[in-house]
Ligand binder design. Structure first.
Ligand SMILES: O=C(O)CCC(=O)C(=O)O
Length: 366
Protein backbone atom coordinates (compact mmCIF):
# COMPACT_ATOMS: atom_id res chain seq x y z
CA UNK A 1 0.00 0.00 0.00
CA UNK A 2 1.56 3.40 -0.89
CA UNK A 3 2.44 5.32 2.27
CA UNK A 4 -0.07 8.09 1.57
CA UNK A 5 -2.92 5.57 1.63
CA UNK A 6 -2.07 4.14 5.07
CA UNK A 7 -4.98 4.22 7.43
CA UNK A 8 -4.72 4.31 11.20
CA UNK A 9 -7.21 3.79 13.91
CA UNK A 10 -7.92 7.04 15.71
CA UNK A 11 -9.88 7.88 18.77
CA UNK A 12 -10.10 11.60 19.44
CA UNK A 13 -11.35 10.93 22.96
CA UNK A 14 -7.92 9.44 23.79
CA UNK A 15 -5.71 11.58 21.59
CA UNK A 16 -6.96 14.89 22.97
CA UNK A 17 -5.38 14.09 26.36
CA UNK A 18 -1.95 13.02 25.10
CA UNK A 19 0.84 15.45 25.87
CA UNK A 20 2.98 14.16 23.01
CA UNK A 21 1.13 14.29 19.74
CA UNK A 22 1.98 11.82 16.95
CA UNK A 23 4.54 13.22 14.47
CA UNK A 24 2.04 12.99 11.61
CA UNK A 25 0.30 16.02 13.12
CA UNK A 26 3.36 18.23 13.41
CA UNK A 27 3.65 20.86 10.70
CA UNK A 28 6.90 22.35 9.39
CA UNK A 29 8.12 25.45 11.23
CA UNK A 30 7.06 27.90 8.52
CA UNK A 31 3.52 26.45 8.51
CA UNK A 32 2.95 26.21 12.25
CA UNK A 33 0.33 28.45 13.85
CA UNK A 34 1.50 31.87 15.04
CA UNK A 35 2.67 31.85 18.68
CA UNK A 36 0.57 34.92 19.50
CA UNK A 37 -3.03 35.16 18.23
CA UNK A 38 -2.84 37.11 14.95
CA UNK A 39 -4.67 40.45 14.47
CA UNK A 40 -8.36 40.34 13.65
CA UNK A 41 -9.39 40.80 10.05
CA UNK A 42 -11.18 44.07 9.89
CA UNK A 43 -14.09 43.37 7.56
CA UNK A 44 -17.41 45.12 8.08
CA UNK A 45 -20.24 42.55 8.24
CA UNK A 46 -22.53 43.02 5.26
CA UNK A 47 -26.11 43.58 6.38
CA UNK A 48 -28.41 41.56 4.13
CA UNK A 49 -31.59 42.89 5.78
CA UNK A 50 -32.06 45.74 3.30
CA UNK A 51 -31.05 43.55 0.37
CA UNK A 52 -33.64 40.92 1.33
CA UNK A 53 -36.36 43.56 1.53
CA UNK A 54 -35.38 44.80 -1.95
CA UNK A 55 -34.31 48.29 -0.88
CA UNK A 56 -32.29 49.59 -3.89
CA UNK A 57 -29.81 51.58 -1.81
CA UNK A 58 -29.07 48.59 0.44
CA UNK A 59 -28.66 46.34 -2.60
CA UNK A 60 -26.14 48.78 -4.12
CA UNK A 61 -24.33 49.09 -0.81
CA UNK A 62 -24.10 45.31 -0.29
CA UNK A 63 -22.82 44.89 -3.87
CA UNK A 64 -20.16 47.56 -3.33
CA UNK A 65 -18.87 45.96 -0.11
CA UNK A 66 -18.89 42.48 -1.64
CA UNK A 67 -17.01 43.78 -4.67
CA UNK A 68 -14.29 45.37 -2.54
CA UNK A 69 -13.86 42.23 -0.42
CA UNK A 70 -13.84 39.81 -3.37
CA UNK A 71 -11.35 41.76 -5.48
CA UNK A 72 -9.00 41.91 -2.52
CA UNK A 73 -9.28 38.58 -0.71
CA UNK A 74 -12.61 36.88 -1.39
CA UNK A 75 -13.78 36.89 2.17
CA UNK A 76 -16.66 38.63 3.98
CA UNK A 77 -19.26 38.24 6.76
CA UNK A 78 -23.02 38.52 6.40
CA UNK A 79 -25.53 39.41 9.13
CA UNK A 80 -29.33 39.77 9.06
CA UNK A 81 -29.22 36.89 6.61
CA UNK A 82 -32.71 35.65 7.40
CA UNK A 83 -31.65 32.22 8.71
CA UNK A 84 -33.40 31.19 11.92
CA UNK A 85 -30.94 31.14 14.87
CA UNK A 86 -32.82 28.13 16.29
CA UNK A 87 -31.97 26.11 13.19
CA UNK A 88 -28.30 27.05 13.49
CA UNK A 89 -28.28 26.10 17.16
CA UNK A 90 -29.98 22.77 16.44
CA UNK A 91 -27.38 22.01 13.78
CA UNK A 92 -24.59 22.72 16.29
CA UNK A 93 -26.32 20.59 18.94
CA UNK A 94 -26.67 17.66 16.55
CA UNK A 95 -23.04 18.05 15.54
CA UNK A 96 -21.99 17.80 19.20
CA UNK A 97 -24.15 14.72 19.58
CA UNK A 98 -22.68 12.98 16.52
CA UNK A 99 -19.03 13.67 17.34
CA UNK A 100 -19.58 12.80 20.99
CA UNK A 101 -20.42 9.22 19.97
CA UNK A 102 -17.89 6.38 20.27
CA UNK A 103 -15.63 5.90 17.26
CA UNK A 104 -17.32 2.62 16.17
CA UNK A 105 -20.64 4.43 15.92
CA UNK A 106 -19.24 7.33 13.86
CA UNK A 107 -17.45 4.85 11.63
CA UNK A 108 -20.79 3.57 10.42
CA UNK A 109 -20.57 6.58 8.12
CA UNK A 110 -16.87 6.00 7.33
CA UNK A 111 -15.75 7.74 4.15
CA UNK A 112 -14.63 5.31 1.45
CA UNK A 113 -11.32 5.89 -0.38
CA UNK A 114 -11.77 8.37 -3.23
CA UNK A 115 -15.15 9.50 -1.92
CA UNK A 116 -15.82 12.99 -0.53
CA UNK A 117 -18.75 12.06 1.69
CA UNK A 118 -18.82 10.29 5.02
CA UNK A 119 -17.04 10.41 8.37
CA UNK A 120 -13.32 11.06 8.29
CA UNK A 121 -10.77 11.63 10.99
CA UNK A 122 -7.18 12.47 10.32
CA UNK A 123 -6.24 8.85 10.62
CA UNK A 124 -8.77 7.55 8.19
CA UNK A 125 -8.00 9.80 5.29
CA UNK A 126 -5.52 9.26 2.49
CA UNK A 127 -2.56 11.22 3.83
CA UNK A 128 -0.02 10.40 6.51
CA UNK A 129 1.70 13.73 7.12
CA UNK A 130 0.56 17.26 8.02
CA UNK A 131 -2.63 15.70 9.29
CA UNK A 132 -5.43 18.03 10.32
CA UNK A 133 -6.42 17.77 13.98
CA UNK A 134 -10.10 17.17 13.36
CA UNK A 135 -12.95 14.88 12.55
CA UNK A 136 -15.47 15.65 9.82
CA UNK A 137 -18.79 14.40 8.52
CA UNK A 138 -19.52 15.40 4.94
CA UNK A 139 -22.60 14.72 2.86
CA UNK A 140 -24.15 15.67 -0.44
CA UNK A 141 -26.97 18.18 -0.82
CA UNK A 142 -28.83 18.67 -4.08
CA UNK A 143 -31.22 21.53 -4.81
CA UNK A 144 -32.99 19.48 -7.47
CA UNK A 145 -36.58 18.70 -6.49
CA UNK A 146 -36.14 14.97 -7.14
CA UNK A 147 -33.52 14.92 -4.35
CA UNK A 148 -35.64 16.86 -1.89
CA UNK A 149 -34.80 14.51 1.02
CA UNK A 150 -31.26 13.53 0.06
CA UNK A 151 -29.70 14.63 3.36
CA UNK A 152 -32.39 13.16 5.59
CA UNK A 153 -32.18 9.88 3.68
CA UNK A 154 -28.38 9.81 3.98
CA UNK A 155 -28.56 9.97 7.79
CA UNK A 156 -31.28 7.38 7.95
CA UNK A 157 -29.57 4.93 5.57
CA UNK A 158 -26.08 5.29 6.98
CA UNK A 159 -26.58 6.02 10.67
CA UNK A 160 -30.04 4.58 11.34
CA UNK A 161 -33.27 5.67 12.99
CA UNK A 162 -31.53 7.29 16.00
CA UNK A 163 -30.14 9.93 13.65
CA UNK A 164 -33.34 10.62 11.70
CA UNK A 165 -34.11 13.81 13.63
CA UNK A 166 -30.58 15.17 13.13
CA UNK A 167 -30.85 14.21 9.44
CA UNK A 168 -33.98 16.35 9.16
CA UNK A 169 -32.20 19.28 10.82
CA UNK A 170 -29.28 18.93 8.39
CA UNK A 171 -31.66 18.75 5.41
CA UNK A 172 -33.35 21.94 6.58
CA UNK A 173 -30.03 23.62 7.30
CA UNK A 174 -28.75 22.80 3.78
CA UNK A 175 -31.96 24.19 2.26
CA UNK A 176 -31.42 27.40 4.21
CA UNK A 177 -27.79 27.52 3.01
CA UNK A 178 -28.94 26.94 -0.57
CA UNK A 179 -31.29 29.87 -0.30
CA UNK A 180 -28.65 32.11 1.33
CA UNK A 181 -26.03 31.19 -1.26
CA UNK A 182 -28.40 31.98 -4.14
CA UNK A 183 -29.01 35.39 -2.54
CA UNK A 184 -25.26 35.93 -2.31
CA UNK A 185 -25.02 34.86 -5.97
CA UNK A 186 -27.49 37.64 -6.82
CA UNK A 187 -25.24 40.16 -5.10
CA UNK A 188 -22.16 38.74 -6.85
CA UNK A 189 -23.96 39.04 -10.20
CA UNK A 190 -24.76 42.68 -9.48
CA UNK A 191 -21.28 43.48 -8.21
CA UNK A 192 -19.66 41.88 -11.27
CA UNK A 193 -22.04 43.73 -13.56
CA UNK A 194 -23.75 40.71 -15.13
CA UNK A 195 -27.10 41.25 -13.41
CA UNK A 196 -28.77 39.62 -10.41
CA UNK A 197 -30.04 36.49 -12.13
CA UNK A 198 -26.93 35.29 -13.99
CA UNK A 199 -25.20 33.34 -11.20
CA UNK A 200 -28.46 32.61 -9.36
CA UNK A 201 -29.59 30.73 -12.45
CA UNK A 202 -26.21 29.10 -12.95
CA UNK A 203 -26.48 27.55 -9.48
CA UNK A 204 -30.11 26.44 -9.74
CA UNK A 205 -30.23 22.72 -8.94
CA UNK A 206 -26.74 22.93 -7.42
CA UNK A 207 -25.04 19.74 -6.23
CA UNK A 208 -23.37 20.92 -3.08
CA UNK A 209 -21.50 19.52 -0.08
CA UNK A 210 -22.14 20.08 3.61
CA UNK A 211 -19.34 19.40 6.09
CA UNK A 212 -19.52 19.33 9.87
CA UNK A 213 -16.08 20.02 11.35
CA UNK A 214 -15.17 18.98 14.89
CA UNK A 215 -11.81 19.95 16.38
CA UNK A 216 -10.99 18.13 19.63
CA UNK A 217 -8.63 19.86 22.09
CA UNK A 218 -4.96 19.33 21.31
CA UNK A 219 -2.23 19.40 23.97
CA UNK A 220 0.25 20.84 21.46
CA UNK A 221 -1.80 23.48 19.63
CA UNK A 222 1.35 25.35 18.62
CA UNK A 223 2.57 22.38 16.55
CA UNK A 224 -0.66 21.26 14.90
CA UNK A 225 -3.40 22.71 12.70
CA UNK A 226 -7.10 21.88 12.71
CA UNK A 227 -7.36 22.55 8.98
CA UNK A 228 -4.24 23.24 6.93
CA UNK A 229 -3.93 26.33 4.70
CA UNK A 230 -6.05 25.94 1.58
CA UNK A 231 -8.45 27.68 -0.78
CA UNK A 232 -11.75 25.90 -1.25
CA UNK A 233 -11.99 24.25 -4.67
CA UNK A 234 -15.80 24.69 -4.55
CA UNK A 235 -17.70 27.84 -5.63
CA UNK A 236 -18.84 29.60 -2.48
CA UNK A 237 -18.45 28.58 1.16
CA UNK A 238 -20.88 29.62 3.86
CA UNK A 239 -19.46 28.83 7.27
CA UNK A 240 -20.87 29.13 10.75
CA UNK A 241 -18.30 28.80 13.50
CA UNK A 242 -19.18 28.30 17.16
CA UNK A 243 -18.04 30.64 19.94
CA UNK A 244 -14.56 29.12 20.37
CA UNK A 245 -12.63 30.72 17.53
CA UNK A 246 -9.85 29.31 15.36
CA UNK A 247 -10.55 30.40 11.78
CA UNK A 248 -7.74 32.44 10.20
CA UNK A 249 -7.38 34.02 6.76
CA UNK A 250 -4.26 35.11 4.93
CA UNK A 251 -4.60 38.74 3.87
CA UNK A 252 -1.88 41.30 3.11
CA UNK A 253 0.80 38.64 3.55
CA UNK A 254 -0.14 37.70 7.07
CA UNK A 255 -2.61 35.61 9.02
CA UNK A 256 -5.63 37.28 10.58
CA UNK A 257 -8.23 35.77 12.87
CA UNK A 258 -11.93 35.88 12.27
CA UNK A 259 -13.60 36.53 15.58
CA UNK A 260 -16.63 34.30 16.12
CA UNK A 261 -19.97 36.04 15.80
CA UNK A 262 -22.97 33.74 16.27
CA UNK A 263 -25.17 36.14 14.29
CA UNK A 264 -22.88 36.05 11.25
CA UNK A 265 -21.99 33.65 8.47
CA UNK A 266 -18.50 33.75 7.07
CA UNK A 267 -18.61 33.67 3.27
CA UNK A 268 -15.69 33.01 0.96
CA UNK A 269 -15.11 32.67 -2.74
CA UNK A 270 -13.84 29.26 -3.88
CA UNK A 271 -11.70 28.30 -6.86
CA UNK A 272 -14.69 27.45 -9.06
CA UNK A 273 -16.19 30.91 -8.62
CA UNK A 274 -12.78 32.48 -9.16
CA UNK A 275 -12.79 30.72 -12.57
CA UNK A 276 -16.41 31.78 -13.22
CA UNK A 277 -15.44 35.40 -12.57
CA UNK A 278 -12.44 35.02 -14.91
CA UNK A 279 -10.09 35.65 -11.99
CA UNK A 280 -11.65 39.01 -11.06
CA UNK A 281 -12.74 37.68 -7.68
CA UNK A 282 -10.16 35.86 -5.56
CA UNK A 283 -10.31 32.64 -3.65
CA UNK A 284 -9.15 33.06 -0.11
CA UNK A 285 -6.37 31.18 1.68
CA UNK A 286 -7.56 30.12 5.12
CA UNK A 287 -6.87 27.61 7.91
CA UNK A 288 -8.14 26.68 11.36
CA UNK A 289 -6.05 26.46 14.52
CA UNK A 290 -6.82 24.36 17.59
CA UNK A 291 -6.51 24.94 21.32
CA UNK A 292 -5.70 22.81 24.36
CA UNK A 293 -8.95 23.12 26.30
CA UNK A 294 -12.12 23.51 24.27
CA UNK A 295 -13.50 21.48 21.37
CA UNK A 296 -14.50 23.65 18.42
CA UNK A 297 -17.13 23.15 15.73
CA UNK A 298 -17.87 24.73 12.39
CA UNK A 299 -20.58 24.04 9.83
CA UNK A 300 -19.45 24.53 6.24
CA UNK A 301 -21.77 24.57 3.24
CA UNK A 302 -19.87 24.35 -0.03
CA UNK A 303 -21.94 25.53 -2.97
CA UNK A 304 -21.03 23.61 -6.16
CA UNK A 305 -22.57 23.71 -9.63
CA UNK A 306 -24.78 20.93 -10.96
CA UNK A 307 -22.49 18.20 -12.31
CA UNK A 308 -23.21 18.90 -15.99
CA UNK A 309 -22.68 22.68 -15.86
CA UNK A 310 -19.71 24.02 -17.78
CA UNK A 311 -17.71 26.42 -15.66
CA UNK A 312 -17.06 29.28 -18.06
CA UNK A 313 -17.13 33.02 -17.35
CA UNK A 314 -19.91 35.18 -18.81
CA UNK A 315 -18.73 37.06 -21.90
CA UNK A 316 -19.05 40.40 -20.09
CA UNK A 317 -16.11 39.38 -17.88
CA UNK A 318 -13.76 38.59 -20.74
CA UNK A 319 -12.12 41.38 -22.72
CA UNK A 320 -8.81 42.35 -24.25
CA UNK A 321 -7.58 43.74 -20.94
CA UNK A 322 -8.81 40.65 -19.08
CA UNK A 323 -8.52 37.63 -21.42
CA UNK A 324 -9.58 34.11 -20.39
CA UNK A 325 -7.41 32.76 -17.60
CA UNK A 326 -8.82 29.27 -17.07
CA UNK A 327 -10.14 26.76 -19.59
CA UNK A 328 -13.72 25.52 -19.37
CA UNK A 329 -14.21 22.62 -16.99
CA UNK A 330 -16.90 20.82 -15.05
CA UNK A 331 -17.09 20.63 -11.27
CA UNK A 332 -16.78 16.79 -11.20
CA UNK A 333 -13.38 17.07 -12.96
CA UNK A 334 -12.07 19.47 -10.29
CA UNK A 335 -13.61 17.35 -7.54
CA UNK A 336 -11.90 14.23 -8.91
CA UNK A 337 -8.61 16.10 -9.05
CA UNK A 338 -8.84 17.11 -5.38
CA UNK A 339 -10.04 13.68 -4.28
CA UNK A 340 -7.58 11.52 -6.16
CA UNK A 341 -4.62 13.53 -7.34
CA UNK A 342 -4.07 16.65 -5.26
CA UNK A 343 -4.44 17.85 -1.69
CA UNK A 344 -6.23 21.23 -1.81
CA UNK A 345 -3.92 24.12 -1.00
CA UNK A 346 -3.42 27.66 -2.27
CA UNK A 347 -2.43 26.47 -5.74
CA UNK A 348 -5.20 23.98 -6.48
CA UNK A 349 -6.69 25.82 -9.45
CA UNK A 350 -3.33 26.37 -11.12
CA UNK A 351 -2.36 22.71 -10.62
CA UNK A 352 -5.76 21.56 -11.86
CA UNK A 353 -5.48 23.57 -15.05
CA UNK A 354 -2.03 22.07 -15.73
CA UNK A 355 -3.39 18.59 -15.03
CA UNK A 356 -6.34 19.19 -17.35
CA UNK A 357 -4.09 20.40 -20.11
CA UNK A 358 -1.70 17.47 -19.71
CA UNK A 359 -4.49 14.93 -19.71
CA UNK A 360 -6.10 16.70 -22.60
CA UNK A 361 -9.34 16.78 -20.68
CA UNK A 362 -10.12 20.26 -21.89
CA UNK A 363 -13.67 20.34 -23.18
CA UNK A 364 -13.65 23.75 -24.80
CA UNK A 365 -10.33 25.55 -25.04
CA UNK A 366 -10.41 28.92 -23.27
O1 LIG B 1 -13.41 25.32 10.69
C1 LIG B 1 -13.13 26.33 10.07
O2 LIG B 1 -13.21 27.44 10.56
C2 LIG B 1 -12.61 26.23 8.64
C3 LIG B 1 -13.05 24.98 7.95
C4 LIG B 1 -12.56 24.85 6.56
O3 LIG B 1 -11.77 25.63 6.08
C5 LIG B 1 -13.03 23.71 5.75
O4 LIG B 1 -13.81 22.89 6.23
O5 LIG B 1 -12.61 23.66 4.55
Amino acid sequence: MPSQLKSFSFDASILQHQSNIPPQFIWADHEKPCTEPPPRLDVPPIDLGGFLSGDPESVANAARLVDQACRKHGFFLVVNHGIDMKLIEEAHRGTNYFFGMPLEEKERALRKPGDHCGYASSFTNRFSSKLPWKETLSFRYSAESRFSDIVGKYFLDVMGEDYAAFGRVCQEYCEAMNSLSLNVMEILGISLGVGPSYFREFFQGNDSIMRLNYYPPCQKPDLALGTGPHCDPTSLTILHQDHVGGLQVFVDDKWHSITPNPQAFVVNIGDTFMALSNGIYKGCLHRAVVNSTTPRKSLAFFLCPRMDKIVTPPKELVCEGNPRIYPDFTWPALLEFTQKHYRSDMKTLEAFVNWLRQKNHIQVEG
